[in-house]
Design a binder for this molecule. Structure first.
Ligand SMILES: *Cc1c(COP(=O)(O)O)cnc(C)c1O
Length: 362
């Protein structure tokens, strides 16, 4: 049977039916329905965040927080990320300035940030790649020295912690994605967690056309509201999150036991507070290249993913705009990485089979 890199988790069917019963009867399907309010409140508690604003997806959440933060000019960010991070900046008329990343965690290297700051720089947009937290203290120090905003793309971090804190604790705001392939999902969905009530209020206007009352519209907002079916899925999945994380941990522990120390393979550092979102393997050795490893698994109907490859700075839509030679570490990582299949229902037997295919070829 085909094995994909991810498989969406789902609650028991009857549990979801019970969750949607109330609004099915009342026919209140969107616009601040009770499930959206309930999920926002549950996530505030879970993330330890003063404000959580839900969105129809993570990308629109990111565009919304960038927009209401009133940024202009240049934003320092990473090219080792999903299309969303870079596209959000460009779509808002901001200029991404790419800094290189650390070879171990794949997150922005704080030592590469400061030399890129110019009078036009207004913010830093780092990504907690694979759930590895960025150097949040170093980034906060740079931001405060230069009076910059810090907005985190925390799409990979749900369920993980750093020093006991969730990703909502760092930066001016953090965007989460609840896409179907993420550790916690609402089918499609996303959120911004932020410290300031004023920012949260602006986000609420931004996601609903800037409408402030039946006859008043005070901002040129968009439409990015989460609906009740999405929120109901989130409430169900939140109940099963602990089990989801345990299952993912089982898979990661087995991968690590089988693959660590193998010649030519490098694993991400182990860490406390891991959310087991991805299991990246870096093919750095001379024997088996990343592309060969990918093809070898695919020949057995196993689909790993070159995530993140290519760098966003090399997308054809940005041809000629950026120089990937300026981020050599990110370039090397993107050419050597493969994220292995990882989801709650992946059996030990399948994990062992995947490991054997990779080890045999060494
Ligand atoms: C998934 C993801 C996003 C976008 O989230 P969507 O909910 O799919 O819009 C943004 N950044 C990163 C790093 C992601 O992995």
């Amino acid at each position: 049977m085909r094995i994909n890199v991810a498989r969406s988790s789902l609650p028991p069917f009857e549990e979801y039916c019970r969750e949607i019963r109330g609004f099915w009867d009342s026919r209140w399907l969107t616009n601040n329905g009770e499930k959206v309010l309930e999920l926002e409140s549950a996530l505030q508690t879970y993330l330890g965040a003063p404000h959580v604003v839900l969105f129809s997806n993570g990308h629109l959440a990111l565009e919304a927080i960038l927009r209401v933060s009133g940024l202009t000019g240049e934003v320092i960010t990473t090219p080792f990320t999903f299309a969303s991070t870079t596209h959000a900046l460009v779509r808002l008329g901001l200029t991404p300035v790419f800094a290189d990343v650390r070879p171990d965690t794949c997150t922005l290297d704080p030592e590469k940030i400061e030399t890129l700051i110019t009078p036009r720089t207004t913010a830093i947009l780092p990504v907690h790649v694979y759930g590895h937290y960025c150097d949040v203290d170093a980034i906060a120090a740079i931001a405060s020295r230069h009076n910059l905003r810090v907005i985190y793309d925390a799409a990979h971090t749900f369920g993980g912690t750093l020093g006991g804190k969730s990703a909502a604790a760092f930066g001016d705001a953090a965007m989460f994605s609840f896409h179907a392939t993420k550790v916690f999902h609402t089918i499609e969905g996303g959120a911004v967690a932020c410290q300031s009530a004023e920012l949260a209020e602006k986000l609420r206007l931004e996601r609903n056309f800037g409408i402030t009352g039946p006859e008043t519209t005070e901002d040129v907002g968009g439409n990015a509201k989460m609906n009740e079916f999405q929120a109901a899925m989130g409430l169900c999945n939140l109940r099963h999150l602990k089990d989801e994380l345990q299952q993912r941990r089982r898979v990661c522990t087995l991968y690590r036991a089988r693959l660590s120390g193998a010649a030519g393979l490098r694993l991400s550092p182990e860490r406390e507070g891991d959310n087991y979102a991805y299991f990246p393997v870096f093919f750095d050795g001379p024997n088996l290249s990343r592309d060969e490893a990918y093809a070898r698994l695919a020949a057995h109907d196993i689909y790993a993913r070159k995530y993140f490859y290519p760098l966003t700075s090399t997308f054809s839509c940005y041809a000629g705009r950026f120089d990937p030679g300026k981020t050599p570490v990110a370039k090397r990582l993107s050419e050597s990485v493969l994220t292995l299949p990882l989801y709650a229902g992946l059996s030990d037997e399948d994990v062992n089979r995947i490991c054997e295919l990779l080890l045999e070829a060494q």
